[in-house]
Structures are given as structure tokens and as C-alpha cells.
Write a protein of this length. Structure first.
Length: 64
């Protein structure tokens, strides 16, 4: 305990973490990405392309 009371850097770190924790309770820090119609359509197109490739590959395996 004596080391903590003499070290200003550790005290500052503890104070920062305590304040950040209190702020986080009342105002959570979150990163949000709003999806729009274009983003959803792009993801669906990627999914469809991957699905088509998978089906073609499966058909090639069955033909062997």
C-alpha cells in the first residue's frame, strides 16, 4: 500500500479508470454502424454468389 500512496502515476491511472467506469455506466461507449438498404443488398448479393459457387462445387463433386 505504501507504494501506491507514493506513486502519482498509479493514482492517476486508478482515478482515470474509476471516472471512465462511472461514465460508462450512464453513457455507454458503443460503436454502431447504421445499415442502409444498399449495405443489405450488397451483403445479400455476396451471399447469393457464395451460395451459387457452393452449389456448383457440390454438383462437380457429385459428377465425379
Amino acid at each position: 500500500m505504501e507504494y501506491l500512496s507514493d506513486n502519482l502515476l498509479i493514482q492517476t491511472l486508478f482515478l482515470f479508470l474509476a471516472i471512465a467506469g462511472l461514465i460508462n455506466i450512464f453513457y455507454p461507449f458503443t460503436i454502431r454502424k447504421e445499415l442502409n438498404k444498399k449495405d443489405v443488398e450488397l451483403e445479400l448479393n455476396k451471399f447469393e454468389e457464395n451460395l451459387i459457387e457452393d452449389l456448383e462445387f457440390k454438383k462437380q463433386l457429385e459428377d465425379l
